[in-house]
Each structure stands twice: as C-alpha cells, then as structure tokens.
Design a protein around this ligand. Sequence first.
Ligand code: GTP
Ligand code: MG
Length: 360
Amino acid sequence: MQVGIIGLQSSGKTTLFNALTGQMASVGDFASGKEANKAMVKVPDPRLKRLAEIFEPDKITHAEVQYIDIAGMTGGASTEKSEAAYVAAIRLVDELAQVVRVFENDSVPHPEGSIDPVRDIDSANSELIFNDLIVADNNVNRLEKSMRVAKSDENKKRWELLRRSCEALEADTFLGDIDFTSDELKMLSGYGFLTLKPQLYILNIGESQIADCQLPEKLEEHLKPRKSSAVAICAKIAMEIAQLDEEDRDEFRSTLGIKSSALDTVITESYRLLGQISFLTGGEKEVRAWTIKKGASAQEAAGAIHSDFQRGFIKAEIVSYDELDKSGSWSDAKKGGKLRLEGKDYTVKDGDVILFRFNV
Ligand SMILES: Nc1nc2c(ncn2[C@@H]2O[C@H](COP(=O)(O)OP(=O)(O)OP(=O)(O)O)[C@@H](O)[C@H]2O)c(=O)[nH]1
Ligand SMILES: [Mg+2]
C-alpha cells in the first residue's frame, strides 16, 4: 500500500514524512523539483508481539506501508517539468494524505500570506480536479477520433463515462463523490484519477493546539469528498518524538497530552479509508501480518500470501486473535473448540489467525 503525502508549500509535508517514517529528510527549504522522499514503514500491530510469544518464530514480519513525500504542489511556484513529475508520481499511489497548515509560525511564511485551512484545501483540491479534467478531456478527444474510424459499444460506453466525469469535474465534484457502478469504476481505474483516490486530510496543528484541538466548524463541513476523513497532528512535535529512543516516546507523549503516535493515528485512518484489514499467520518460521481488502474471502486472503495458496486452496483453519490470546497456544485453542474450519467463501475478519491448507 502506498500513501502519497501532498499539500501546499511549507504545509509540513516533509516534517510529517519524517514523523511517520523516523527519517530525517531536510525540512524547511523549498523543495519543489527535488526527488520525492520515499520510505517503507512497518504497520504497528501489538498483536504480533503476542503471537511471537505463542509461536516462538524465527522472525516477525509486519505489514508495510510506503509513504511518499511529493514536493511540487506549490500554488504557482512550480515549473512545468516538476508539475508533470509530481502528477505522475501521485497517480500511482493508493491514497492521498493532504497536509493542511493550521499551525502559526511567523518564521515560516505562508505562500498566501495568511493561515486559512479552508482556502488551502480548496486550492489543493482544485489542482487535483484540474489535473483529472485534463486527463478525462484528452481521453474523450482520443476516443472521438478512434470512434470516427471504428465505432464499438465498448468505446461508446467509455466515451459516455468520461464525458460524465468531465461534467462532474467541471462542476468541482470529486470523481470519488459520484456513485459509479463497479463496472464503471473498473473502466476508470486505468486513468489514475486523483479525485477518485481516498483522501486523508492531515491538519497540521501548532504546538499550543495539541491539548485542545477544536477544528473550526467551517473546516468540518468542508472535509469532503465522501471518501475522506481527517486527523489533527502536530507534525513538528511528532517528528521530534520519532527521533527519540523508543522507550522515551510514550512518556514524552503523555506529558504533552498526545494520545497515540502520529504513525498509529495515520495508519489506522488510512486502513479504514481504504477498507483494509489485517489477518495474521503464525508458525515456527514466521509470525506475520497481511493486508487485504475488507470483505475478501478466505481464498483471496490465501492469494495475498502466494498464488499457489489461492489456486490450490482446500480449507482454512481459523482462530480469532482474541481467542488465541486467551487460549495461549494453537493446540489449546483447538482443544477448547475455538478453531474453526472454513471454506473458500468465508469472509475473513480483522485479526483472524489463519492456517491455510492447500494442494498444488
Ligand atoms: N511551529 C510549527 N512549525 C512547523 C510544523 N510543521 C512544520 N513546521 C515548520 O514549517 C516549515 C516547513 O515544513 P516542511 O515539512 O519542510 O514543509 P513542506 O510542506 O515539506 O514544504 P515544501 O516541501 O517546501 O513544500 C519547517 O520549518 C517546519 O519546521 C508545526 O506543526 N508547527
Ligand atoms: Mg518538503
């Protein structure tokens, strides 16, 4: 899973990137046109630690998320080249995290001269809409050309769908706000539309706002489209905490009244927005968390591990994490009747610990 960190100039993107990844990419200097910062992050999951006590494996493998800090959305200060590279990079991600400046800091000038989160969200979102409109419009034109030579039902359907998308975008509507059918979504999936991606707004609040962060009502109502949600984080403090030794982090957080780490907050919300859940596997070799779409079947979950598991799927032995935790071992869970045998159509739940039986 890839999350692209976007937002206006000096909103705190790189600071947030460092907070999430523990890296020390340089912040503060105008970074437009530079290479994107990229890092893989282990998804925190306390269940793995407990599973390791139970299975005593050689290694523990966390699910991973890649964060990409993409410089370039600058409200006018970018070059055409950096703009193109920027858009190409964000078309590939699964989800957008838009950093919105709420913090006041006189030594960091705001490109528009004042702090106004609603205006900034509007401005960043219009860039997304504008870029999608170009793509939709170009493809409408291309289809019209090819339909002059050969008319096909498929092309006609596609043309109508893209026309409808253009109209929506022209009316400032995110494509994610339109009730497309699953067939239509499939047809649209190849274009990398930015406004179709789930978006997490990260309100970058100041140090003095941590304890009592009331988001302005206007902002709440503004947090659309539907496939979006928002969290408030002080990126600067979160970055400082991420640089501390692990054992000091919790203490520092509780002194400041911060409930959970920036990474926990962002990842939990990212998973929820994307409709992702984790299932777990355990054995002598490895204890591991895997990411799948909510609603995935046991057979699809098997495919997340290996295509052989999916093809040769026979059945899945499943115990919920909570039951396994209580039982203390796989065999005790079995003795206690907590182990279930499920077929390929079983819908996997978050925290299911699964042993796949397969035959290839
Ligand atoms: N006071 C305060 N300053 C912050 C906060 N977050 C970021 N800053 C400061 O704002 C400046 C810009 O932060 P960056 O993380 O470089 O912002 P950016 O969005 O990556 O900027 P560009 O890549 O240049 O577009 C830095 O000096 C940060 O220290 C915050 O929560 N509070
Ligand atoms: Mg930056």
